[in-house]
Design a protein around this ligand. Structure first.
Ligand SMILES: [Zn+2]
Ligand SMILES: [Zn+2]
Length: 334
């Protein structure tokens, strides 16, 4: 994993960054903003044992390497960039050390605070999506159990304040609401640094899922949010929820948009013949395994939904869809 890093904003605030291993193949960046008066923690890691240990080690390392001793007990506020488990799952663990208020965007609040209910609703919507995508009953069962594993060890944790666009939050930190990757995704503006969370990442294109599963997700919202951030000026540096610092945020946004445009074109090519989302996903991503099957299906679903909403793709089996209660939809170029 990457080492602990220290950044200084144009206004002299310090941002510490260190990695935590959230899941065996996923590393998250944790940020601690130090303005000399209070410490603000951005994101929590997944809450898995290894991630919690990395969190404690990261705080200890800041004291050792930079001579600024601190611990979780010294945190003044906690900002959660969005409602994905690798970003908020560590909150119950952090609560053992501090009562610092937790802030999140209103569209992701219930993911943190009414988690058990939200899991049930998401589970049902995901099941409907997978059925319509043409995933076999047997494979659906495997995918749903993988989904539930990642979602059930977290305990609901109350949220104390909301992050709202146009309303600076603790420490005067600016908030941009950037739905798409997640309904309540925010980017945080710290002087001339933008914490881009999972909206803009340095190497991978952030994961997309259809809005038929979760409102305010989907490619249309995501593209609008990319435009919003691309129009901003005055940022020297982007710091993402994963991977490396981003030197040129607009250039990275253009590359991400181009990658999606290319994928949309591929889907149009694949749909010269009528195909289900499961079949399109296999053509796009090949045979992937375990959790990646679900990610590939969601990513494909987001692109197909985008094209279908805009009339580029149409249902090839409309009569069957009309007659059947839970039909598999086959898409073809309109
Ligand atoms: Zn995310
Ligand atoms: Zn993430």
């Amino acid at each position: 994993m990457k080492p602990l890093q220290r950044f200084q904003t144009g206004a002299g605030r310090i941002i510490y960054s260190f990695p935590v291993q959230s899941f065996p193949t996923l590393v998250n960046n944790i940020y601690v903003i130090d303005d000399g008066e209070q410490l603000i923690l951005v994101d929590s890691g997944s809450g898995m044992e290894r991630a919690n240990a990395d969190l404690l080690a990261g705080f200890a390392a800041i004291g050792e390497q930079f001579g600024r001793p601190m611990s979780l007990a010294d945190i003044g506020a906690i900002l959660i960039t969005h409602g994905h488990i690798d970003h908020f799952g560590g909150l119950p663990f952090i609560r053992r050390y501090t009562d610092a208020p937790i802030g999140v965007h209103i569209l992701d609040r219930r993911v943190l605070s009414n988690h058990e209910e939200r899991v049930v609703f998401s589970y049902r919507r995901l099941e409907t999506f997978l059925e319509g995508a043409g995933v076999s009953a047997e494979q659906r069962e495997v995918l749903m159990s993988v989904y539930l594993f990642a979602k059930t060890y977290y305990r609901s944790t109350p949220v104390q304040f909301l992050l709202e666009e146009g309303q600076p939050t603790v420490g005067g930190i600016g908030v941009y609401h950037t739905p798409g990757h997640c309904p309540g995704q925010v980017c945080l503006h710290v002087d001339d640094v933008l914490l881009t969370a999972d909206h803009v990442l340095s190497r991978i294109t952030p994961h997309q899922a259809p809005e038929s599963i979760t409102h305010d997700m989907g490619l249309g919202h995501y593209f609008d949010s990319l435009d919003k951030i691309e129009r901003l000026t005055g940022f020297g540096l982007g710091l993402g929820g994963h991977e490396d610092p981003i030197e040129d945020i607009p250039a990275r946004i253009r590359a991400i948009r181009a990658a999606h445009d290319e994928r949309l074109c591929k889907v149009m090519e694949i749909c010269r013949e009528p195909k289900s989302i499961a079949a399109i996903s296999r053509d796009l991503f090949g045979n992937v395994d375990s959790y990646h099957v679900l990610l590939a299906l969601e990513e494909t679903g987001a692109h197909v939904e985008h094209l279908h909403q805009r009339g580029e793709l149409v249902a090839a089996n409309l009569e069957e869809i009309e007659r059947t209660s839970r039909p598999v939809v086959r898409y073809v170029r309109g």
